[in-house]
Design a protein around this ligand. Structure first.
Ligand SMILES: Nc1ncnc2c1ncn2[C@@H]1O[C@H](COP(=O)(O)OP(=O)(O)OP(=O)(O)O)[C@@H](O)[C@H]1O
Ligand SMILES: [Mg+2]
Length: 262
């Protein structure tokens, strides 16, 4: 299998002196889905920035066997990154312009740009939002537009930072389906352990800037002892499966109303 990323002894210290990554080693293969989990401040976002070649690091980050050569390297366009904060990547007056920006930078015809915008908005469930102002959308909608700006570039590799945070259950489910349908290499930093369990081939646990565990989703996410020792908790769906979650026996269905019942 082709190695997409090879990370060796990667360390990074922010300019204020805070060390975010401490000797990370990681390999990611072509077509693989890797989830990076870990508590707040573990270094997940910093690791994605390093993989995208956006910060100068100590150690080595090889993309397809070579160092990314600065901002001008055309191979950077093969790596799509969704930032944790969607407002970092939305700056146009309309959703259409934001999603069209990447493909236009890549030199595609307006016809192709239009096709890609339409397809990307469809994938994130925002068809019809083309003329809306991104700044007048809800946070969850802005996150979906930000994701569309990445998908419209049809990258070879996707780096996604907390892609499901603030998505409503339907948008989250749509995103999960989208992830499962993608064949490209993807690395997702997330607190959503169900997302990691359902969509990743491999889960990497980052803790205090170091990789402390790595394995199949079932070996990591169902392992309560491991999760707890690194500041994480068993997700609700696992606790439910293990019968730990108690539900009131009383039938409360009569108190609930569905749109049909109104
Ligand atoms: N711009 C910055 N300047 C200084 N320190 C930073 C900066 N960004 C992050 N840090 C620090 O680097 C460490 C790693 O942060 P990072 O954002 O990578 O963690 P994370 O795992 O993504 O956390 P979260 O789950 O909260 O998103 C933290 O200690 C954080 O305080
Ligand atoms: Mg983060």
């Amino acid at each position: 299998m082709t190695k997409i990323f090879e990370v060796r002894s990667l360390s990074y210290t922010y300019p204020d002196g805070r060390q975010a990554l401490r000797g990370v080693n990681l390999e990611v293969f072509s077509g693989e889905a890797v989830a990076i989990i870990g508590p707040n401040g573990a270094g997940k976002s910093t690791l994605l920035l390093a993989l995208a070649g956006l910060i100068p690091v100590e150690g080595e980050v090889l993309y397809k066997g070579r160092h990314l050569n600065g901002l001008k390297d055309p191979r950077r366009l093969e790596i799509g990154i969704l930032f944790q904060d969607p407002d970092t990547q939305l700056f146009s007056l309309t959703v259409y312009e934001d999603v069209a920006f990447g493909p236009r930078q890549m030199g595609f015809s307006e016809e192709e740009v239009h096709r890609r915008v339409k397809e990307a908005l469809e994938k994130v469930g925002l068809s019809g939002f083309e003329e809306r102002s991104p700044h007048h959308l809800s946070f969850g909608e802005r996150r979906r537009v930000a994701l569309a700006t990445v998908l419209s570039m049809q990258p070879d590799v996707l780096l996604l930072d907390e892609p499901t945070s603030n998505l409503d259950p339907r948008a989250r489910k749509q995103f999960l389906e989208l992830m499962k349908g993608l064949r490209l290499t993807r690395i997702v930093a997330t607190h959503d352990l169900e997302l990691a369990y359902e969509t990743a081939d491999r889960v990497v646990v980052l803790y205090q800037g170091k990789v402390v565990a790595c394995g199949r989703p079932s070996d990591v996410i169902l392992n309560e002892k491991l999760l707890k020792s690194y500041g994480l908790e068993l997700p609700l769906f696992v606790r439910y499966l293990k019968g730990e979650v108690e539900y009131a026996r009383k039938d409360k269905a009569s108190l609930l109303s569905t749109p049909d019942a109104l």
